[in-house]
Design a protein around this ligand. Structure first.
Ligand code: AOF
Ligand code: ZN
Length: 349
């Protein structure tokens, strides 16, 4: 199963919104096949694993154990069901890392295998398998994206407002790190004030990889068209006035350039609507880069999964803005649970 996890990771960056999955076929202690899900819309891990078996070993398949980090699928999606493939090859034992919460599968793959007389062992390295696809599992279980909050603060918990100040907190190394993070998520979000004050590009120009879909909140469409965010790559503007008819998940998946508008209603909770929209648009994870007000709202709602805080050794002089406070008295989470979700990145100036 550890090998499955290693293999699965090689699909990172190319399979979202699908999960990363690895599979290994073992005959009497010897690996005779390996595979992973390499690209969205293409063959699943099990298919690549079985196809990798050398002709000389093919006769051993029906005497082998298949290890797979995610329950084999039971549905006809872009590819036929992996459970059928396993049954067809008469593999007698399947070891599964964790269940697939996707509504088309959700236990049906395991059931199908068992009904065919296959011995299925579940929950092997389950925690590791769940962690590997934390974005996918959060998305399907909670019907909202995996939310990562990120900010940079001084040693005395102040954040910068305005481009000149921002440079004082991050440095070349942490900027690059942030650009790497941007390639790892499907969406990146900022509030109106940050869009105006910082005029950010929100691209990953210092790190190779896919640009996230840029998202900004602009309730009354007051942001000037000259902003970087409203030019260049793909941007979705959440607002109360206008909706782009052509906006759909495939368009964003393909990162078709342009500014698209997503209309939310004025009278309902904005954040809830935004996260729901992300679910519809298949935006499986979001990096929230500011500002403090938006981040604090997300914290109060409890709709976040990770916080990455960049900090330096400097002290701010008095009038800086307060960094978001991660502890939420209303939710009253234990400090231990909270700490598990917080990462501090300390750099030297
Ligand atoms: C597997 N093995 O390697 C992966 C699975 O549209 P499709 O056909 O690619 O199906 C996507 C769904 O299949 C995805 O949401 C997830 O539930 C499952 N992914 N299943 O058996 C794999 N990647
Ligand atoms: Zn499959």
């Amino acid at each position: 199963m550890r090998r499955c996890l290693q293999l699965a990771q090689q699909g990172g960056g190319n399979v979202a919104p699908n999960p990363m999955v690895g599979a290994v076929l073992v005959h009497e202690g010897r690996i005779i096949g390996e595979g992973y899900h390499q690209r969205y819309g293409k063959a699943h891990a099990e298919v690549n694993c079985i196809n990798s078996v050398q002709p000389a070993d093919e006769a051993l398949i029906s005497f082998s154990t298949l290890y797979v980090s995610l329950e084999p699928c039971a549905h006809f999606g872009k590819t036929p069901p992996c459970a059928d493939l396993v049954i067809r090859h008469r593999i007698p034992v399947v070891v599964v890392g964790c269940r697939d919460p996707f509504k088309e599968v959700n236990g049906k793959g395991i059931e199908k295998l068992q009904q065919a007389g296959i011995k299925v062992i579940t929950g092997v390295l389950e925690a590791e398998c769940l962690a590997l696809n934390k974005r996918f599992f959060t998305f399907h279980n909670l019907h909202r994206p995996y939310v990562i909050l990120k900010w940079a603060k001084t040693a005395d918990d102040k954040i910068a407002a305005g481009a000149a100040d921002r440079l004082m907190i991050s440095n070349g190394y942490t900027n690059r790190l942030v650009h790497k993070w941007r390639t790892e998520e499907t969406g990146i979000l900022v509030g109106t004030n940050t869009a105006l004050a910082d005029n950010p590009l929100l691209t990953n120009r210092h790190w190779q990889g896919k640009n996230p879909v840029r998202m900004v909140i602009d309730k009354e469409l007051k942001l000037p068209n000259s902003l970087h965010l409203l030019n260049g790559p793909t941007t979705v503007v959440f607002n109360t006035l206008r909706h782009s008819d052509d906006l759909d998940a495939r368009l964003l998946q393909a990162r078709v350039e342009g500014v698209y508008y997503y209309k939310v209603s004025t009278d309902a909770d904005m954040l809830h609507q935004l996260l729901h929209a992300c679910y519809h648009l298949q935006i499986q994870s979001v990096l929230v880069e500011g500002g403090a007000y938006l981040q604090q709202t997300i914290i109060e709602e409890g709709s976040w999964d990770e916080a990455r805080v960049i900090t330096n050794e400097q002290l701010w002089i008095n009038e800086g803005l307060e960094a978001p406070r991660l502890f939420n008295a209303r939710l009253a989470e234990s400090q231990k649970l909270l700490n598990d979700r917080i990462d501090i990145f300390k750099h030297i100036n």
